[in-house]
Write a protein of this length. Structure first.
Length: 258
């Protein structure tokens, strides 16, 4: 388990807002285009068609992304709605863990620091199928991306990766669950819909998750997937895993299954 005191944030800060925009993407010798919006929406124009998904990042350069919708030409019908398979159709998406901003754009990096993809800015007029503005440069939403979330309460221990991996269940009926996998993916169910995405944790319990595919049945149960997607901190309190939003408000408390 993580230590018993909160830790200061790392000093090597990056501007998350610098990732927002319309980009030419180069990865493994292949070219694509991407739009990253401040809302967390991600659209990729690959040679085979348009992918849609989500992205999240932290000022310490932690980055996650996931894909939820894929064109017929990129994956088979049988796997198009499977979270892990859809994201795996674009290899850098499942391997990225960090970002690095430069004067020429930014790079998506794996855990070792190796470059997975480079992102170079495109004029909106050159966007082709992605010819759309990514953000109002003066928007509050854009500015909020660079803010550090409120620290955890002193009574809550920042969660480490090892603390988080496993299956967690809510006490609220019908007891929805979420499983955080060691490969950085997660799956969740509220007893009505199944969903998935990717997650990462950093210093002081700073947390990001990008929501992937979900089934769309109509029901009134709570969604752990939604709680995880908006969480900004994650900690451990007497064996419970506790999620907090960016303002420090506790949003969900779950317990390890078993």
């Amino acid at each position: 388990m993580a230590g018993t005191t909160n830790h200061p944030e790392q000093n090597h800060q990056q501007r998350v807002s610098a990732l927002v925009g319309l980009w030419a993407v180069s990865s493994n010798g292949e070219s694509a285009q991407a739009v990253l919006k401040p809302s967390g929406e991600l659209t990729l124009a690959e040679p085979c068609g348009l992918f849609r998904g989500a992205w999240r990042a932290l000022p310490d350069a932690t980055f996650v992304a996931s894909l939820s919708l894929a064109p017929t030409g990129c994956v088979s019908d049988s796997i198009r709605n499977n979270y892990n398979d859809v994201s795996a159709a674009v290899p850098w998406v499942v391997r990225v863990s960090k970002f690095e901003v430069s004067t020429a754009g930014w790079r998506a990096l794996d855990a070792s620091g190796a470059t997975l993809a480079t992102f170079s800015p495109l004029p909106e007029s050159d966007g082709g199928p992605l010819n759309q503005p990514a953000a109002d440069p003066d928007s509050e939403q854009l500015a909020s991306l660079d803010r550090t979330a409120t620290a955890l309460p002193h009574s809550v221990t920042p969660a480490s990766r090892a603390d988080i991996v496993g299956t967690w269940v809510s006490d609220v009926e019908p007891k929805p669950f979420i499983t955080f996998r060691s490969d950085g993916s997660y799956i969740a169910s509220d007893g009505c819909n199944d969903s998935g995405g990717r997650w990462a944790v950093s210093t002081g319990g700073a947390f990001v998750a990008s929501a992937g595919a979900s089934t769309l049945a109509l029901c009134s149960s709570i969604s752990l997937d939604a709680d995880v997607a908006r969480a900004a901190r994650i900690g451990v309190d007497h064996g419970a895993l506790v999620l907090f939003d960016a303002t420090g408000h506790e949003t969900r408390r779950v317990h390890r299954k078993g």
